[in-house]
Write a protein that binds this ligand. Structure first.
Ligand code: PEP
Ligand code: MN
Length: 451
């Protein structure tokens, strides 16, 4: 065997998930066309390598032990046509600016993970959508069908899976190039944060934090450290592993260990609607060597969380399993404590991460789906309080954001209100924090972390 090749050339055949119920799969109209596409994907090069996934697992183990903090973020749904160097750069720099602030506030290394380079498939609460008396299949993400409200666009088209693979590859290429070129050194990131602060109505609070970072940078340089070496080259990618035909076709065995890896992204998560412990998604993920995450909504029972631990982390390996809780600002204080207590008592060391977006979605009178910045911040605050009270580690945050100046969420430093929503609402699915709302969130979280 050619030992330079990271994966075995033969197909993986991890097919046990096919005997289980798989929620949220499209009704592909032509099984032959789907098969043709998955054969081509199975022969395509991997997008990520096993040692990168192992490195992320090691870093997530530090999160689970309370020694690091996860910052995961990006679009709700990436768009095939909207992919550009500018949009990728905008998301990357936003995440790295947030990461610089959080590193200082938490006094812990931050692990930056994008919802990017693969986030093209969406679970939906209803299979159809009705407008003006016309009912069509719902939009399931650019990996499946088109957003346009026409019968043609809404037919699932497996050729989109190939486009998803290629768009993910070019996005990853940009990420690798931007980070390798030092676009994200700590010194630069801090300068961008200074520009943001200069324009912010909260500049007095934020300046205190930025001054603290200045001091820390000076101290670092004085002691021979190089802020330029800030570990930004280690940026990881993640997405919801929803479409099992796509994911299974991109699963490969590591040539050294023989263990199967999803090669579509470093970290894969299972969504709130597909996390049945006996279902197909959990079965597939249980066989992977990658780190995996599961979203837990407000209806999650401690028994379900424990079953998920048994299915996905039977060896109780820190870093293997992350729980992303998305309870809603009004529920997290009641629902989260028993889950954390029982999972901790089971001996599992999972990473606990707060998604303050998905439990706080509402509809504006104009019909736009939106979220209020205060609810987002409120859920993060409550999540931290729960962990502080239990003596456990609030391991990170998972947010929907973009580097663009969209108007999809309300509130934040510049006080967007519901009348601003139509100005620039571009999300194909859920509302994202724009660049300045994302930085507001990082500074506000930093402020309460510093006390
Ligand atoms: C999402 O992350 O976009 C999503 C659909 O989340 P959840 O599975 O938590 O509802
Ligand atoms: Mn979403």
């Amino acid at each position: 065997m050619n030992t330079l090749l990271p994966y075995e050339p033969r197909p993986t055949h991890l097919d046990s998930w096919r005997d289980r119920p798989a929620a949220q799969q499209p009704d592909w109209p032509d099984p032959v066309a789907l098969h043709d596409v998955t054969d081509r994907l199975a022969a395509a090069p991997p997008l990520v390598f096993a040692d990168e996934c192992d490195r992320l697992k090691t870093r997530l183990a530090a999160v689970a032990r309370g020694e690091a903090f996860l910052l995961q973020g990006g679009d709700c749904a990436e768009s095939l046509d909207g992919m550009s160097a500018e949009s990728v750069h905008g998301k990357l720099t936003t995440l790295l600016q947030m990461s610089a602030v959080l590193t200082y506030a938490a006094a812990l290394p931050v692990v930056p993970v994008g919802r990017i380079a693969g986030q093209y498939a969406k679970p939906r609460s209803r299979p159809t959508e009705t407008r003006d008396g016309v009912t069509l299949p719902v939009y399931r993400g650019d990996a499946v069908n088109g957003l346009a409200f026409t019968p043609e666009a809404r037919v699932p088209d497996p050729a989109r899976l190939l486009r998803t693979y290629h768009a993910s590859a070019s996005t990853l290429n940009l990420i690798r190039a931007f980070t390798a070129a030092g676009h994200a050194s700590l010194g630069r990131t801090h300068e961008w944060n200074r520009d943001f602060i200069a324009d912010s109505p909260h500049r007095h609070t934020y300046e205190r934090i930025a001054d603290g970072i200045d001091h820390a940078l000076r101290f670092m340089r004085a002691t021979g450290g190089r802020p330029e070496d800030f570990d930004s080259a280690r940026f990881f990618v993640s997405h919801e592993a929803l479409l099992l035909d796509y994911e299974a076709a991109l699963t490969r065995r590591d040539a050294r260990s023989g263990r199967p890896y999803a090669t579509s992204g470093h970290l894969l998560w299972i969504g709130e609607r597909t996390r049945d412990p006996e279902g197909a998604h959990v079965e597939w993920a249980s066989q992977l060597a990658n780190p995996v995450a599961v979203k837990l909504g407000p209806g999650t029972t401690a028994d379900t969380a424990l079953q998920l631990v048994d299915r996905l982390d039977p060896r109780r390996e820190p870093g293997r399993l992350t729980f992303i809780v998305r309870m809603g600002v009004d529920k997290v204080r009641d629902v989260l404590p028993p889950l954390v207590e029982k999972v901790t008592a089971s001996g599992a060391q999972v990473a606990w991460v707060c998604d303050p977006m998905h439990g706080n979605t509402m509809q504006a009178p104009s019909g736009y789906k939106t979220r209020h910045f205060d609810d987002v911040l409120g859920e993060v605050t409550a999540f931290f309080e729960v962990h502080r009270a239990l003596g456990t580690h609030p391991g990170g945050i998972h947010v929907e954001l973009t580097g663009d100046d969209v108007t999809e969420c309300v509130g934040g430093g510049h006080g967007l209100d519901v009348h601003d929503l139509p100005v620039r609402y571009e999300s194909a699915c859920d509302p994202r924090l724009n660049r300045s709302q994302s930085l507001d969130l990082a500074f506000r979280v930093a402020d309460f972390m510093k006390g």
